[in-house]
Design a protein around this ligand. Structure first.
Ligand code: NDP
Length: 328
């Protein structure tokens, strides 16, 4: 029986403990595709899981890690064969099913997408759930009629994973992008990704009038809470706000005024349970519309063993862009 290395989180009396262990294949959960993992990554949700700051892990013991890429070792799924290069994002992996902080994973083939040939395995994890969610946000803006001619697009949490990929994609598509950040020291970095303007996120945390000065034709918001309320109140007539995150908070105290008097659309974006066709569409568009040079600029690479040190840092807003974690 094959054994492999995995970060296993086990419940303890006062919480849980996560340690690297040697696991045997029969400890993996059900699935019709076994994948040899080459790279994984760190997302905000992984930070929450590994620090225990939110109850992300729903089954014990569990291997965390919501994303991975690798090569199929064995498959009884009709769409995948030994040797295929695949990507997994979400589907409750790293939450209720063993995840990506391991050398081997076994999952349902229905959850996998084939790696677009435009990207190396490491690049798919530089994108990861954060980058694929950024693309889902861009698709939501486009589905609601956004075009570069209509005006600037605001991206909140600009120095983070979703934000930095969203800026890169929107700028390549010709949008005038305003980046909102708490790290004004990253202004040059954000401009190098394509932001035309960089503003202090404190501006957006201030309470706005129900209908305040119209500033953005659209927005990608990773913050929620008072930030999202402010963004809605300052979005131009007919604009769309794609909301995917809660980095500021999960509450939302707003009024209906932006919706009923400015025809503003609030588009919710979920990556975890998104249908396969939507995932494939997002990855196809990433291959076309994400500049690989910009992706390299916003990525750092570390060994997977660094993940536990990085987890509290991502929650503290100290991780810039994206982190690729090398597994083998
Ligand atoms: P990161 O930690 O990489 O980035 C989050 C960024 O948010 C920070 O870097 C910081 O950017 C900004 N931020 C932090 N605190 C605040 C605050 N109080 N107010 C405003 N902005 C703040 O995380 P990700 O980009 O990976 O994820 C961002 C959010 O999106 C998270 O809430 C995550 O859970 C969510 N998400 C949701 C998904 C979905 O399917 N709906 C999928 C992926 C992520 P800066 O320093 O530039 O201000």
């Amino acid at each position: 029986m094959q054994t492999f290395k995995a970060l296993m989180a086990r419940k303890t009396e006062d919480g849980f403990d996560a340690k690297w262990e040697n696991i045997s294949e029969d400890e993996l959960m059900d699935g019709d595709v076994t994948v040899r993992i080459s790279h994984t990554t760190l997302n905000y949700k992984d930070g929450l899981a590994l620090t225990g700051n939110a109850p992300i892990i729903r089954r014990w013991p569990l291997i965390p890690g919501i994303d991975f890429t690798g090569t199929v070792e064995a498959s009884s799924h009709p769409d995948f064969a030994k040797g295929d290069d695949v990507i997994l994002n979400g589907w409750g992996v790293g939450e209720g099913h063993h995840g990506g902080y391991a050398e081997v994973a076994r999952v349902s083939g229905d959850w996998l997408v084939k790696r677009p040939p435009a990207f190396t395995p490491a690049e798919t994890m530089a994108i990861g759930t954060a980058g694929y969610t950024a693309m889902l946000c861009v698709l939501a803006l486009e589905a609601n009629g956004a075009t570069p001619e209509k005006g600037p697009i605001l991206v909140t949490g600009a120095s983070g994973g979703v934000g930095s990929v969203a800026i890169s994609v929107l700028a390549k598509l010709g949008y005038n992008v305003t980046a909102a950040t708490g790290r004004l020291g990253e202004t040059d970095f954000l401009k190098s990704l394509g932001a035309a303007d960089v503003i202090d996120r404190a501006e957006l945390a201030e309470r706005a009038r129900p209908l305040d000065k119209e500033r953005w034709a659209g927005a990608v918001d990773v913050a929620g809470s008072g930030t999202l309320a402010h963004v809605l109140a300052t979005t131009k007539y007919g604009g769309t706000v794609a909301a995917c995150g809660l980095a500021h908070g999960m509450d939302l105290k707003t009024t209906v005024m932006p919706f009923i008097l400015r025809n503003v659309t609030l588009a919710g974006v979920d990556s975890v349970m998104a249908l396969k066709e939507k995932r494939v569409a997002a990855w196809t568009r990433l291959a076309a519309d994400l500049d690989r040079g910009k992706l390299a600029e916003l990525t750092v690479t570390k060994p997977v063993e660094a993940v536990q040190d990085l987890a509290p840092k991502i929650l503290a807003g100290q991780v810039r862009g994206r982190v690729v974690l090398e597994v083998s």
